[in-house]
Design a protein around this ligand. Structure first.
Ligand code: NAP
Length: 295
């Protein structure tokens, strides 16, 4: 048994995700203590070798690292703020989903009780936990991340450190969701249009995947324009893009497909053109999202 896999870990919260996390630690060979409000959810893990702690306090005491993954932050406070829970000197990684403000507040709360605290966000579904596909984001003090990284890296998936600001993991989490839903909605728009011509979703999906990958290639260059605040029309001007948006809306309506989505992004582009940005390149629309200086 190597040093990493002999590290005792505690998992509090055994919903779908908590069970996957604890199962992955067990599989990697860690002595694993678990606790859940509904104890029966630990049954399978106990058969696999987990210790079921009688209380949250006992669970926290058992691990050199405590991972908590429950529905929301009020549940986390209820559990870790309860009587008999001693956080002083513990290492806490909170993988419960939250907002960035909640994450920062929780960091202050835990640190005031003497705990070291990393906030995290899981960008994966439970079956992926324990494989490299599971992306787990962390933010907070880097030395704490580096100290516990080998334990998590070996067991849970691809763990990533984002920065000292505890809110970053949550922000990346929701930014990733914005990307995911935008790509999926754009694909559904096209799928609905192509189906009116008898093209099935699977056929269009191959083309759509190439389009999405191609557009993704533009991001680093466009990001440079955003970071420099300068948007020369190197390949296309916004007013050219808006004419294409109008075609998309016309075509959607002509074939009886919902045009709300293209109307929404055309409205943003129209505002940007009205503000004098028609001759600039598409990323100038960042100002429609964030204001000229990003806030
Ligand atoms: P879940 O299956 O609904 O489990 C929720 C867990 O929270 C259970 O252990 C539940 O205990 C516990 N809990 C809720 N309220 C509680 C309270 N007041 N006191 C004590 N325990 C309480 O949810 P999940 O899928 O595991 O998700 C957990 C977290 O992971 C969430 O923040 C979610 O956003 C995040 N996440 C989930 C996924 C996913 O695909 N599932 C992906 C990424 C991130 P009981 O068993 O006693 O009810």
């Amino acid at each position: 048994m190597n040093e990493n896999t002999s590290t005792p870990v505690t998992v509090i919260g055994l919903g779908l995700m908590g069970q996957a996390l604890a199962g992955a630690f067990l599989k990697a060979g860690h002595p694993t203590t678990v606790w859940n409000r509904t104890p029966s959810k630990a049954d399978r893990l106990v058969v696999e070798g987990a210790d079921l702690a009688p209380t949250v306090g006992a669970a926290v005491k058992a691990g050199s690292l405590t991972i908590i993954c429950v529905t929301d932050y009020p549940a986390m406070y209820e559990l870790l703020g309860g009587t008999g829970v001693e956080l002083d000197g513990t290492m806490l990684i909170n993988l419960t989903s939250s907002s960035s403000a909640q994450a920062r507040e929780a960091a202050g709360w835990a640190e005031a009780r003497g705990a070291r605290y990393l906030d995290g966000a899981i960008m994966a579904v439970p079956p992926a936990i324990g494989t490299a596909e599971a992306m787990i984001l962390h933010s907070g003090p880097q030395p704490d991340f580096e100290a516990h990284r080998p334990v998590q890296l070996d067991a849970l998936g691809t763990v990533t450190y984002l920065g000292a600001d505890h809110g970053l993991a949550s922000l990346y989490d929701v930014a990733g969701l914005a990307m995911m839903w935008s790509v999926l909605n754009a694909w559904l728009q096209g799928t609905a249009m192509l189906r009116t011509a008898g093209v099935d979703a699977a056929t269009y999906a191959q083309f759509a995947r190439q389009m999405a990958a191609g557009v993704a290639e533009w991001l680093p260059g466009y990001a440079e324009q955003i970071d420099s605040g300068s948007f020369p029309a190197e390949v296309s001007a916004l007013e050219t893009d808006v004419r294409a948006m109008a075609h998309l809306i016309e075509e959607s309506e002509a074939v009886g497909v919902n045009a709300e989505l293209p109307k929404l992004f055309k409205a943003m582009a129209d505002r940007s053109i009205a503000a004098g940005h028609g001759g600039e390149q598409y990323p100038v629309l960042i100002e429609e999202f964030a204001g000229p200086r990003g806030g």
